[in-house]
Ligand binder design. Structure first.
Ligand code: CMP
Length: 151
């Protein structure tokens, strides 16, 4: 079974609202493996690189300010078709459009405070994992439930 990896950032509003555990436990309960994780205060350089595709858009500056305002938790998640699965669990970018049952649909209300970021494609995931983590921060290991999650 081919495994994918994706990048997820628990944003400053989620950290400030005490939602780190709630968000991580949703991924864990789904059977998704955490292969890297760290808390950090994001500097402007990293924020601008992360959101480089949005440079020039009206929300670029406010988003960079938001992401650099307080610590975030960055992680790499691994699993079968995990990129699409995590995007579905996170919900639409604007929490007003996000379905109940998703992280944003259950816990957020405003696009500029949408709690979490998740890579939207394989290419983006590779870029973001590489931007946020060094190779030696990624842990290769087998979780005890892996044989029971897929065939
Ligand atoms: P994220 O999934 O991290 O990708 C881009 C981020 O920019 C988005 O979540 C929001 O945090 C922020 N943002 C603010 N306003 C908008 C907007 N109008 N469209 C898209 N993203 C926005």
């Amino acid at each position: 079974m081919e495994k994918e990896r994706t990048f997820v950032m628990i944003k400053p509003d989620a950290v400030q609202r005490g939602l780190i555990g709630e968000i991580i436990s949703r991924f864990e309960r789904r059977g998704i493996k955490i292969v890297a994780m760290k808390m950090l205060k994001v500097d402007r350089d990293l924020a601008e690189k992360h959101y480089a595709v949005h440079r020039g858009k009206p929300f670029f500056e406010p988003t960079v300010r938001y992401i650099t305002s307080s610590p975030v938790v960055a992680m790499v998640l691994e699993g079968y078709r995990v990129i699409e699965m995590v995007r579905k669990m996170v919900g639409k970018t604007d929490p007003q459009d996000a379905e109940p049952g998703t992280i944003r649909g259950d816990l957020a209300q405003f696009i500029g405070r949408n709690l979490v970021h998740a890579s939207d494609s394989k290419e983006t995931a590779d870029f973001e994992i590489n931007l946020w983590f060094s190779k030696d921060e990624l842990c290769d290991y087998k979780r005890i439930d892996e044989d029971w999650l897929t065939e």
